[in-house]
Design a protein around this ligand. Structure first.
Ligand code: PMP
Length: 376
């Protein structure tokens, strides 16, 4: 209630302002797309805790899986069950070696460490506008929120910045400002397939293909930071899939376990085999409860027949696997009062509602069709 909330708020100054806050409210409960503050205010959450609770707050299947794991084993590292599941989701079969952490920053650190060990080179190229985290290595390759690293230099040396193709710069040579000398000693290029904190700018597929070519030419690794863009956030399971480019290393976190702390590095076994035994790991790395939550989250994020959601604005397609599934979906929707079309090739249903549709009707349509598909 309001009095208890006010009592709690009295302690707010005891939490350092070094930790950023966007509101003064104290979150008490979360369910689906809503959070409730301790003073009773209910807020529609369009942040997902910075792109984390992709299936909504306290998703019943994820919470149940975590609760069940809590009764069996809380502290255990690197679940093989989750590794098996994660392997099946990778955009390329060569991404077959996994290790897990707690946060995105830790996984970025590990990816940089892997790149240096696997190539025997020191330098890292990062993107203008990039954000990779707040630990020392991650800060060194971050170019967006550099205020966070003010006053803590020296950071990790050997980092060079290359321009990111903001839309008005399309056609930019990916290696334009990267001197050849740097390439010779460079272990990796790290890139967010969709720039996150730097302004939500998708990297053009040709730019990513250009980075791949530069990496191949100079023996560098391409690290895709999918911390914010991964796990179906962009419609593809991983944002880099849009370009068809195969990264050597992928960093994953956030949506992975829908709110439980879990991150990971995915790479090729041939590269990770170069790691000295014990050079990776941490006390809580790949925690058993987080891995159980991730298993459930990944299953819940993959409704059985859906293989892709794509489109622009209100020209959206959902593609299914299995012959005749799209037609069955459309038939069920029509039977129950919603008009929906398929396309003539692929198993696709189209979402093309009026441009001025009321938000409530849009939500109703999305919820309605989602419920119907589950039963098919
Ligand atoms: N990489 C990207 C692309 C991110 O968006 C973030 C978090 N915003 C991080 C890394 C760091 O993750 P964490 O906050 O879990 O350390």
């Amino acid at each position: 209630n309001a009095t208890a909330a006010a009592d709690l708020l009295a302690y707010a100054p005891n939490v350092t302002h070094g930790l950023g806050r966007i509101t003064e409210g104290i979150m008490a409960r979360g369910s689906g797309s809503y959070v409730t503050y301790a003073d009773g205010r209910k807020m529609l959450d369009f942040t997902c805790g910075i792109g984390v609770t992709s299936l909504g707050h306290c998703h019943p299947k994820v919470s149940a899986a975590a609760a069940e794991q809590c009764m069996q084993l809380v502290h255990g590292q690197c679940s093989i069950a989750f590794t098996r599941q994660a392997a099946a989701m990778m955009p390329h079969p060569s991404l077959d070696s996994f290790f897990f952490w707690n946060s995105g920053s830790e996984a970025v650190e590990a990816a940089l460490k892997l790149a240096r060990i696997a190539t025997g080179r020191q330098n890292i190229i990062c993107m203008q506008g990039a954000y990779h985290g707040r630990t020392f290595g991650a800060m060194a390759v971050t170019r967006s929120k550099t205020i966070y690293s003010a006053g803590v230099a020296p950071l990790m040396p050997g980092v060079f910045t290359t321009p990111f193709p903001f839309w008005h710069q399309l056609g930019l040579e990916p290696s334009a400002s990267t001197p050849a000398l740097v390439e010779q000693y460079t272990a990796a290029i790290i890139v967010e397939p969709v720039l996150g904190e730097g302004g939500y700018v998708p990297a053009p597929p040709a730019f990513l293909a250009g980075l791949r070519a530069v990496c191949d030419k100079h023996g560098m690794l391409l690290i895709a930071d999918e911390v914010q863009s991964g796990f179906a956030r962009t419609g593809r399971f991983f944002a880099i899939e849009e370009s068809g480019v195969r990264p050597d290393v992928m960093v994953i976190a956030k949506g992975l376990a829908n709110g439980f702390p879990l991150s990971g590095v995915v790479s090729r076994k041939e590269l990770t085999d170069k790691l000295p035994p014990g050079s990776m790991g941490g006390t809580y790395a790949g925690n058993a409860v987080s891995c159980a939550a991730a298993c459930a989250a990944v299953k819940a994020a993959h409704p059985s027949h859906v293989i892709d959601v794509r489109g622009r604005g209100l020209m959206v397609a959902v593609e299914f696997t299995g012959a005749g599934v799209a037609a069955r979906v459309a038939k069920k929707c029509v039977e129950r009062g919603m008009l929906i079309l398929t396309t003539s090739v692929y198993e696709v249903v189209r979402f093309i509602p009026p441009l001025n549709i009321a938000a409530a009707d849009l939500a109703k349509g999305a919820e309605y069709s989602r419920r119907r598909w589950r039963r098919l």
